[in-house]
Write a protein of this length. Structure first.
Length: 201
């Protein structure tokens, strides 16, 4: 198995974390990642229990950037998710997810981990009825997570900093289920800095 994966729409090769299966690049800007059952990326703030088995592809990008994708996932079990990931180390990372809630609703979720995980649910967004896009942007030492449903404007989900050099990429998870397949389509990269974090432009 090759140690790296190249997506034509993404400017650098991506390294594997936890061996996604499947891991398929389709055409110029599409990626399919599979997560086995029981895979997750989370550190419980109550007891520090660490789960770091979620498969991912990540690569180092220089300077300011925006990375976005149209995302979908099977959502068969609670917490199945397609994820954009910012990853510095097992203790310092952040993820923006389209995730199945315990009530079975596809939901935009973000987690920022600095030793333990700070988890926040934002709003419902169903990829079966409308396009759901996720975006991660870097602005100097800060990062911004945005989500967009259909033709609506980008909505700010999280604005934060990680004090370590981080990679960015794609992840899938299925903590309580038997496995999940995440699809990332229309992957885009831009070196243009966001003009306004709050309105997403």
């Amino acid at each position: 198995m090759s140690d790296s994966v190249s997506i034509p729409a993404f400017p650098v090769p991506l390294r594997r974390l936890n061996a996604p299966d499947p891991c398929e690049v389709e055409g110029y800007d599409r990626l399919v990642l599979g997560a086995r059952g029981g895979t997750d990326l989370f550190v419980d703030p109550a007891d520090g229990a660490r789960r770091d088995s979620a498969p991912a592809l990540v690569g180092g990008l220089e300077g300011d950037f925006r990375v976005s994708a149209l995302v979908s996932v099977g959502l068969s079990a609670a917490f199945d998710a397609a994820v954009l990931l910012v990853y510095a180390s097992p203790d310092a990372w952040a993820k923006l997810c389209l995730e199945s809630s315990p009530q079975g609703r596809p939901t935009i979720v973000s987690v920022v981990n600095r030793g333990v995980s700070d988890d926040c649910n934002s709003f419902a967004a169903d990829p079966r009825t409308e396009d759901v896009r996720l975006r991660v942007s870097r602005l100097g030492s800060a990062y911004a997570f945005h989500a967009r449903v259909g033709e609506s404007p980008w909505e700010l989900i999280r604005y934060f900093a990680l004090r370590e050099t981080a990679e960015v990429g794609f992840c899938a998870q299925s903590p309580t289920g038997e496995g999940a397949t995440a699809r990332f389509e229309q992957i885009t990269y831009s070196a243009e800095r966001l003009a306004d974090v709050r309105d997403g432009t």
